[in-house]
Design a protein around this ligand. Structure first.
Ligand code: IPD
Length: 284
């Protein structure tokens, strides 16, 4: 269960409301995921690109986010929305929905299983350094699995409680990671990988950071690290992982943010963070 301290001045919903927000996060992720699966054309076209020419947006990314925004406008009109594809919607409740309409868009584009819809609701500023994640759900659409968590209420996959793994040593840890879209960033990440790879069991680059964090939560990965994640890539998965027993951190005493996220059992997060610090993995 989460033991995050509350920043002063932020009021958290009570347990029954957290349970309701979690159920809504699940419903949003599954409803949008169904739309995206059923609407997937035989050949998915890139509708636009974002940070670089290889950072794609498809029509279904937009449709998925629009559907979730419509439901939220009806059911939670006072909450703010931060979505990957749309403009920020302000709110008055102190809660913000953080939406990733397709996490793993490159997998979706290429027809590779390994993409999800990720939905979280956070209290406080929707910034990983400042937020308190209240509830979240990740729906892995191709294999119809749903992970969810409520703050202080544990994490589940398809309704069953999950816990992180406890390998015997860092050398036995299977580590999930990912790479950014920018060529210079990718070059630095490749160098960092040369420092990590010899010290762990192996690496997996699966293509959806939200799913990586949920696989960590259920013990199918032992550690996850990635530089450059956006709030929507990490919000729901971070809560699922935390509620399943994971420690989450950044480097050099910072919290997990887009600078760096390291997650897993605390006894292995610390030595992995040291390796990443020595490799300057938060630079470049
Ligand atoms: C990406 C995925 C990928 C991670 C990238 C993210 P997107 O999100 O989560 O696994 O390595 O850093 O940007 O672009 O598919 O929403």
């Amino acid at each position: 269960m989460s033991e995050t301290l509350m920043p002063p001045g932020i009021e958290l919903p009570g347990d029954p409301e957290i349970a309701g927000l979690r159920a809504l996060a699940e419903r949003l992720a599954v409803t949008a995921g169904t739309l995206v699966r059923e609407g997937r054309p035989a050949n998915v076209e890139v509708a636009a690109t974002k940070s670089t020419g290889t950072d794609p947006v498809t029509e279904m990314d937009r449709a998925s986010e629009e559907l979730m925004r419509r439901i939220l406008a009806e059911e939670r009109p006072h909450d703010a929305i931060l979505g990957e594809e749309g403009d920020d919607t302000p709110g008055t409740s102190g809660l913000t929905w953080v939406l990733d309409p397709i996490d793993g868009t490159v997998n979706y584009l290429y027809g590779i299983a390994g993409w999800s819809v990720s939905v979280a609701v956070v209290a406080g500023p929707p910034d990983p350094a400042l937020w308190t994640i209240v509830a979240g759900a990740v729906h892995s659409v191709p294999d119809d699995r749903t992970w969810s968590a409520g703050r202080g209420q544990g994490a589940t996959r398809d309704g069953e409680p999950i816990r992180i793994s406890r390998p015997a040593s860092l050398g036995e840890c299977l580590v999930g990671t990912g790479f950014g879209y920018d060529a210079d960033r990718r070059a630095s990440q490749a160098v960092v990988l040369t420092q990590v790879l010899p010290q762990v069991r192996d690496i997996r680059r699966l293509g959806s950071a939200a799913i990586d964090l949920c696989l960590l939560a259920q013990g199918s990965l032992d550690l996850v690290y990635e530089r450059g994640l956006n709030p929507w890539d990490m919000a729901a998965g971070a809560l699922v992982a935390t509620e399943a027993g994971a420690a989450l951190t950044g480097l050099r005493g910072m919290p997990a943010t887009s600078e760096m996220l390291v997650a897993g059992a605390a006894e292995f997060v610390a030595p992995l963070a040291e390796i990443l610090e020595a490799a300057d993995a938060d630079q470049g």
